[in-house]
Write a protein that binds this ligand. Sequence first.
Ligand code: ADP
Ligand code: MG
Length: 246
Amino acid sequence: MALVELRNVSKIYQLGEEEIRALDDVTLDIEAGEFISIIGPSGSGKSTLMHILGCLDSPSKGTIQLDGVMIQNASARELASIRNRKIGFVFQFFNLLPKLNVMQNVELPMIYSGIAGKERRERSMAALEAVGLANRAKHRPSQLSGGQQQRAAIARALVNSPRIVFADEPTGNLDSHTGEAILQLFRKLSQEGRTIVLVTHDPEIAAVTPRRIEIRDGKIAVKVDLALAGLDRQVRLPAQAPAASS
Ligand code: ADP
Ligand code: MG
């Protein structure tokens, strides 16, 4: 069984007379340990797909199974508990609480899951060390650069040891150099065995991940567009030496 199993999922919004199919009959498996990007132009349904995969929203049709749990039968309260225990989120605008320091922000998911103070502090420091931010634990978010704020948000996403981490345009608000460093961090976390899904409109970001899922008009494209996925930028292998003629 895959970690996430999406089956024939549609998400339909009714806007007056108009029916918008934000997702249209999507079937998808994500295995534990995968590093995946979901790529597509603006309005193609990426965030809708991520929200359903991340149990932030439920499908209009179809089913989602996460870590063996059929999500369609879960109440809002159960959904919140599943998210807290099994899922980490990273967003474009970091979403840190401005009045809390970095460590307190990272501790939040553990407060919701009822972990005692001493363990919270130990685990938040370990998460901050994992993202290279242990020396900023007592800073407020406003005292950090954008890249540092995103590292804090990543530490917060990791601190409950989630089964899967979703990042929606995580470098969208960073300059390219800082964005590259954040991508390197995701790559490192992937190599450590984390399951990570990056949502992006940017082919250069999608090119980082071994698997790319392209979405167009709410549907998964059958074949990834090589140019869109950034694969046409791959370094060419050196030409083979000609075989010796006999
Ligand atoms: P992306 O993240 O790829 O930019 P979205 O998943 O946000 O795309 O949106 C997909 C489509 O669904 C768009 O046409 C968008 O306008 C529509 N949509 C998204 N959320 C809503 C909503 N709450 N109500 C109505 N339409 C929506
Ligand atoms: Mg989006």
